[in-house]
Each structure stands twice: as structure tokens, then as C-alpha cells.
Write a protein that binds this ligand. Sequence first.
Ligand code: MN
Length: 721
Amino acid sequence: MNLETLVSTIHGTVTPVDQDLVERAYKVAEIAHRDHVRASGEPYIQHCLAVASILIELGLPAAAVAAGLLHDTVEDTDVTLEALERDFGEEVATLVAGVTKLTQLPRVSHYDGNHRGESSTKVELAKENLRKTFLAMGDDVRVVLIKLADRVHNMRTLAHLSPEKRTRIAKETLEIYAPLANRLGIWQVKWELEDLSFRYVYPDKYREIAEFVDERRVDREKTMRTIITKLSKALSEAGIEADIRGRSKHLYSIYKKMERKKVPFDMVHDVRGVRIIVETEQDCYVALGVIHNRWKPIPGAFDDYIAIPKDNLYQSLHTAVIYEDGRTLEAQFRTPEMHENAEYGIAAHWRYKEGSHRDDVYEQKILWLRKLMDWRQDVENASDFVDAMKSDVFDDRVYVFTPRGDIIDLPAGSTPIDFAYNIHTEIGHRCRGAKVDGKLISLDYKLQTGNSVEILTAKRGGPSRDWLNPSLEMVKSHRARSKIKQWFKRQDRAQNISQGRTLLDKEMRRLGIDSISYDHIASELEFAQVDDLLAAIGIGDLQITRIIKRVIGEEEKEFEIPEGLATSTSLEIVPTEEVTILGLKGLLTNLGRCCKPVPGDPIIGYITRGRGATIHRQDCPNVLRIKDTERLVQISWGQPVKTYPVSVQIRAYDRDGLMRDVSTLVSNEGINMSSINVSTKNSLAIFDLVMGVTDISHLSRVLTRLEALPNVLEARRLRPG
Ligand code: MN
């Protein structure tokens, strides 16, 4: 690439001033980097040109393009910021300064490493740097975009670096830069960064998936052409003009889906996608109707991101139908404007100069970014910050309203407690109840987008330790969690120790464990003395679930079955094999009575009218006779889960519906109960259950949740003797 081709691609009208700016920037960069070569052997200026070219592709104006050309000069050459300001003005100089600041900071190869290891200071430093990086990004979004463009080109040329460097940079890209591009809505940059990193972070998986995809390319393209022909015919009959494109899945997204759903390649890859671009918003809905009429929609697969845009302001309609061959077809509907926004995200602002509502959208995005950076200043510790970035920033979010109508942006799964802490730390501490849309709800209620939330507070007092118990799922955001911990940290040590002891005693009794001493736990977890362990629990720095996983889970790998109970309830002594069905999202399933499939048989699902799906063997004569083939869906057996029967006793003050609440909770946890006995004496009810759990942390979680039910006094495991 050279300067002329670069200038010729600049978006929109290029004024002589713009052209002059870019040309001068090029000259300065070229001279400054004259003696530098890239690891590939190319002259360094090629990197500068490539970064500038990516910025042009994103639609950024001349000043940012010039800054892109100059982005490495201050860091790597004799050029000073003062010189840049003198020659190019304040705007360009500020952008280069911003990028330089970022370049000097992030080195985050293994921040999820062991906190107590010898490299812990290093890890902490890396996290601290990363934190500063994100804070610095709040200054000007264009700085972030230049940094992203820089990263894209570095990733494209990563092959020339040493293997260690490749892995480190690719990992950092996957964990930080790709999600950041996603949050800014720049889809193009996001998937390119992901696929480029994927190749180096998981080389074996990458090769495997790339080969699979390649093998099936011809077939897939043929089917896709047929689908597109049918779709455009159906749409034009409805009077809609549409631009229909097959949507290929990116390698990393295939991999992630395989991992997430624990399914083989075939099941992910068989999902075909089309993108339908129509003139107006109205047409999106009409086109959706046309497709839902023609093929059977899959329940639960429809999402309206036009009415409720995603937090990065992405808009489209999503649906999935069962296509004629019995396999899934995903479809997205959007207008050209929504498409532009989806591909370029926050950068789309510069691509459209005219039209004022674009600026509103842009302002909203900037506002969001500023808010994000703002509260991050008071996260006190760098590890928490990185975890927060990973879960709060990159996951999906919900939007709820305050009584005054202000919108609060929270991570999905947030509760009224998260909301309260988001409003004000004091409101969080004193939160005792909440109303959602005018109704009283419990504090573990999961807020939904659109809810209007009102917090009921006490005059004084502090948070409850239960809020930090992950099994109860009462707090989702790291902000709330860190505020709650801070509160307990300020209490005196003796009080924290005694609270910690109460909590640990209770859990040990509940799990029926008496063979493990606290000294042993403390030394396993590298606490100098038991009091330190207990204080950490009291403060909320150490979760009991972690003790169970790390210490108790290790020693109690297998459950013993209480002898008396085993015979009296005719329990099977062998662990049971629970089987799940994959491929039917949220559908009720039952096994065909005709062919009685067992795990391992090749199976297929049949969508019934109103009774969910029936699972048949693929060679079942009834299936072979089915004419309505569009109601057949591809499914497979999931991983068998090994469970152990364990006896549990619940003591409670009896009330209406208690029995139902217990069994609903147990079944929501995916647990089979093999026996249940209830006796009542005066107003005290005693439930004796035998349930199948996967391990001791699973048991601890269920017991904690059972005990949180209204009127339940105690839920604990019964041990023999
Ligand atoms: Mn660079």
C-alpha cells in the first residue's frame, strides 16, 4: 500500500485541508520510522499505513487517520508530542498521546493465575495497568478505535513473532480487545480479532473446526442458494424487496457454541443463518411474518432487538425456524441503517455526517462509556476490576427504571440489591425490601429489562452476609459485591472472626462433616492461623463454597450411603445415570413409547402439537412413516451425569404450599428425588428426602437454597450413626 491508495479510500468528501493533513502525517511517520522494520521484514511505515487504512474503513475522518499514521512515533522514535502539536494541531497530538499512554500499559498474559503464587505481584501489576488502560480510554473514543486498529493489524501479522509472544498477545486480544470491540458494537473488528486469536490460543481446535468447515463448504453453499431463492420468492410475493445474504458463522463463534452447549461440531454447524435487509422497520416485521408462516418457528428463538435494542444499540429482529430438511434456519431482519450500525457500531457515527438523530445515538454511547469509566475509579483492587470487566462489561445487561424514570444499566441476573448499590452505597447497605412494578418481591428476584424498581430501606444497619453467598444468587454485580465486602471490612476483627466461625460451623453441621479440622482447612488454603481463615469468611473475602470445593470436595470424593436408609427406601446403590437431550431449547421432552430409545441410540425429535417433543430412535417405524417432516428436529444425547443418592432432612414450621416449594426448588436444580417422607408434629414439619447430587458443592448449594425458603428452620444432610 502507498499514500495515494490510502488517500483515495477516505470516506466522503476529502477537502484539500484533509488531504494535506494526511500527507504531512505520512511524511513525518515515514522519516521517523525510516530505520525500523517489522518482524515480517517489511518497512515499519507499512504498519502505519495499514492502521490508517483500517480507520478509514471504519469511516473515521482525516484527523484520526493522521493520528493513526503517527500512532507509534512518540513511543518508538525521536518525534515528540510538542512537535506533533506544533505541526498538526492539538487534536492530532491528543489522539497520539492517548494511544501512546495505552501502548505503554497493558501486559496481561495470565491475570487469572494463582493469587498466592510467587508471580502474584507481577499479576497484580498487570491488572493495575489494565485498569488504568480502561480508565484512559474514557477520554476519547477515537483513541480506543486507533488502538483497536493497531491491534487488528498486529494480529494479522502475528505469525512473524515468537510462539510465546503469539500466545500471549492472542490471549490478551481474545479476553480484552475482542470483547471491547463487541461492547462498542464494531462487529467487523470483533470477529476478525476473535478468529485471528483463536488460531493461536487454541491451535488444535482451530485446525479441527477450519477443516470441518472447509469440507462442507460446497454442500453448504448449494443449500444456501436454494434457501435464498425460496426466501426471495416468498418475500416478493408479499411485496417486499429484500437483500438476502447467507451468513457464515465465524470459526471462533462455532467453537464457543460447541463449548457452551457441549455439542459436537455437526450440531452447531448445521445451523444455517440468513440476513434479510429490507427498506423499513415495518418491512422487518412483515418479512418476519412471511417466514413464520412458511416454516415452523422454534419456540423461544424470537428476539425483538428493534423494540428493545441491545446495550451497544444493536437493532434487528432474530428468529429461528425449522427448515424443510428438519434442520434449523436462523434469520435476522434489519434495515440498511441498522446494518451499518451493527457492522460499525460506535464508528458508524462518522460514516453518516448528515441526520441529527445519529448524533443522539452517538451521545448515548459516549454517555455509557463515560459512566462505565466513572464508577471503575472506586473499585479498590485491581483483580476485582479485571473480573468486573470480564463479567459486568462484556456480558449482556438489563435496563431498569428508578421511580423517577431514570434508566439504570445493570448486568443481566442483577437483583434489587444490585440496583440499590447502583443508586447509592448507603441505599444498598440499608436495603431491606423492594417493589418491582408496584409489587413486593423477594431480594433475590432477577430484574428484567423494563422493570420499574423501588427500594425499601431501614433507617440504619448494614448488609446481610447472606448477600455474599453465591448459592443464594442475591448479588450479581461486582460493584455491589465490593461495596458489601467493604462494609464488613470496616467492622472489627473479633466480630468478623465470630461471624466467620458461626457460618463455617453451620455449614459443617449442615453437610454432616466432622472429620475435618479448621486447622487443616486453614493450612490447605494457606492462612497463617484459624482466626485469619474465620475473619476472611466473616468479611466475605473467602466464600464457604470455595472451602467446600477446594478442601472438603477433595477429601469427600464419594458419598457414603446411610445403611438404614438405603434398605428402607429400596435405593439403588449404584450411581444413577441422568441423561439430557441436546438440541431442544426449553422444550418439554418425553421418550417415544413405541421404540423406547436408550442413551447411545441414534435419535430424532418430533415436535408434537402442544406436548413438547417426543424422542424416537432414528429407525423407529413410526418416524419413518411421518409425512410432516418439517416437524422433525435433529437432537442428540448429552453427557451422562453421575449422581449420588444422599439423605437430607428439612425441619420447618408447616405452612400452605411448603411441600410444593421444596419439590419445585429441588427439580429446578435438576435433581431427582428418589424418596420423600413428611411427618408433622404440632406445627413442625420434618421432610426426609433422598436426592441425587453430583458432588458436595452441589449438595451445599441445594441445602443453602432450601434453607432460604420461608418457614424453613434447617436443611441438612443426614449421616449414618
Ligand atoms: Mn502500532
